[in-house]
Each structure stands twice: as structure tokens, then as C-alpha cells.
Write a protein that binds this ligand. Structure first.
Ligand SMILES: Nc1ccn([C@@H]2O[C@H](COP(=O)(O)OP(=O)(O)OP(=O)(O)O)[C@@H](O)[C@H]2O)c(=O)n1
Ligand SMILES: C[C@](O)(CO)[C@H](O)COP(=O)(O)O
Length: 247
């Protein structure tokens, strides 16, 4: 698959949306990115945020049997925001999140944007400001940008387990802990190098920032947002619905 020639223009910031997960923990009757939230799928909400933040080219990684549906969602959001449909491409995702990002990254080869943001379809209500903060940090020279939030609960590690009740160690210093969100932002060549290294070494990480760290590019935090919470369990979907109703 390749990008149509019209999209191989000068693009500063491209966007990759991994949307190929199954959503096992959500337990819906269809893959999570295609579940509806207040009249739009999670994928549509995420794509909308990225397009509104000015990402010049977007690649969605979707499940093999939902490529057509992902295309239809992309076309509808492009039309609604008056963005050319050719700016959004759809590829087949892989078995793991990293494989889905890698598949999308491959398609960006010909466009070669300066920066790439990677944003979970599952973080459907991420505010525009978070995208802007990540892009601004990249423009200012940062290379591995991660939106984060502090941790509110007291956190303890499990020291052992002798029965159904766990032994807990003393609390860790939560002032040093951060919850990591998306969109995460990188220079395109760094993201490519990180994925190449991960492929060659078999390294796995829960996010792309972790893959860059493994090639010596440390992660740097900018403020995230509560609204960017990942929709993982049914209660997360209820929270997102309530958030939209409260607007
Ligand atoms: N093979 C995969 C796995 C995940 N993702 C995407 O990565 C994001 C974060 O993953 P997560 O929220 O954990 O989604 P799932 O893997 O679908 O959830 P679960 O583990 O409950 O099945 C989601 O937008 C998901 O669609 C993907 O593109 N390809
Ligand atoms: C990338 C991520 O959203 C950062 O918090 C998260 O790691 C993805 O979810 P997963 O459950 O780890 O796949």
C-alpha cells in the first residue's frame, strides 16, 4: 500500500492512531475503537482531535476485518472538518500495539514528516491542548514527549502473597510517579530507529516512548489531561459519556 501522490507534500506533523486492538477488557460486542460514544466511535473522536490540532497526515491502524469501516469513519470526519480525505490513510494493524504502530509508520516512509504523534484510539476525549503541548515541545527541540499526570492515590508494591490477602511493602514516593498518556511525540527518524531496534532485539514496551528510551532518547513529560483517560473498562466508557454530557 502507498499514499496517494497528493498526500506526499511537506508535512510537519503526522499522526498515527493505533486502533487495531480487540478491547477484551471493555467486553463490547466489537473491537474497542469501533464502539460508540455519544454518536461517534472512539476512533472518530480520536481522529477528530488530531485533525483539529492540525496534524497534516494521519494513518489509522485498524483490524483486518474493519478496514472499510475505518475508511468510512475517516471520510466522515474529514468531510465534517473540511479536511481532504486523502490526508487520512488506513492500514491493517498487527498482533500487538507496537506492530500496529510499525505498520502505520511504514506508510509514512514516502511522506517523511518532521514529527510523528502516536495517539491511542482508546484515549478518545483527549483535549486539543494536549496535542498542542506535545507539538510545541517537539518544535522546541524535545525528542521523546509524553503527556503525564500525577498520581493521586497512595501506591504500595506487593511484597508477597501467602493467601488471598497480599503482603504490602511501605508506600512508594508518589511525588516521583506519573501516569503516562498519549499523544506521544517524536522526530520521525527517531521513531523509525526505535522500532527498527525493537524489531531486531525483540524488545517490547507498553508505549513508543519506552522504545525510544531503549535507544538512548529519554522520555520528557508535558502536562496531560484527565479527559485523556484511556477507555479500558466499561466504567471508563461511562465516565467518558458523563464527561460529554457535562460539557
Ligand atoms: N494489536 C493492537 C493492540 C492495541 N492497539 C491499540 O492500542 C491502543 C491502546 O491499547 P488498549 O487500550 O490496551 O486496547 P486493547 O488492546 O484493544 O485492549 P485490551 O487489552 O483490553 O484487549 C488502542 O487504541 C488499541 O486499539 C492496536 O492498534 N493494535
Ligand atoms: C500507550 C499507553 O496509552 C500509555 O499509557 C498505554 O500503555 C497503552 O495501553 P496498554 O494497555 O499498555 O496497551
Amino acid at each position: 500500500m502507498s499514499l496517494p501522490p497528493a498526500t506526499i507534500a511537506v508535512v510537519e506533523t503526522a499522526l498515527i492512531i493505533p486502533a487495531a486492538g480487540s478491547g477484551t477488557r471493555l467486553g463490547a460486542d466489537r473491537p474497542k475503537a469501533f464502539v460508540e460514544l455519544a454518536g461517534r466511535t472512539l476512533l472518530a473522536w480520536s481522529l477528530r482531535s488530531g485533525l483539529r490540532a492540525g496534524c497534516g497526515l494521519t494513518v489509522i491502524a485498524a483490524p483486518a476485518d474493519l478496514l472499510e469501516e475505518a475508511r468510512a469513519i475517516a471520510d466522515a470526519e474529514c468531510d465534517s472538518l473540511k479536511v481532504p480525505r486523502s490526508l487520512v490513510a488506513v492500514v491493517e494493524g498487527g498482533a500487538e500495539r507496537t506492530d500496529s504502530v510499525a505498520a502505520a509508520l511504514e506508510l509514512l516512509e514516502t511522506a517523511n514528516p518532521s514529527f510523528v504523534l502516536v495517539h491511542d484510539a482508546a484515549r478518545a476525549l483527549t483535549p486539543n491542548e494536549v496535542f498542542i503541548r506535545v507539538i510545541d515541545a517537539l518544535r522546541a527541540g524535545e525528542r521523546n514527549v509524553v503527556p503525564t499526570l500525577p498520581v493521586a492515590d497512595t501506591i504500595r508494591t506487593v511484597a508477597g502473597s501467602t493467601s488471598s490477602v497480599e503482603d504490602l511493602a511501605t508506600p512508594v514516593d508518589r511525588s516521583q510517579l506519573r501516569r503516562v498518556q498519549t499523544p506521544q511525540g517524536f522526530r520521525t527518524e527517531d521513531l523509525r530507529a526505535a522500532h527498527r531496534h525493537a524489531r531486531q532485539t525483540g524488545l517490547s514496551a507498553t508505549d513508543d516512548a519506552g522504545l525510544l528510551e531503549a535507544i538512548g532518547i529519554p522520555a520528557r513529560g508535558v502536562p496531560g489531561a484527565e479527559a485523556a483517560h484511556k477507555i479500558t473498562y466499561p466504567e471508563d466508557l461511562r465516565t467518558a459519556r458523563a464527561r460529554l454530557q457535562g460539557e
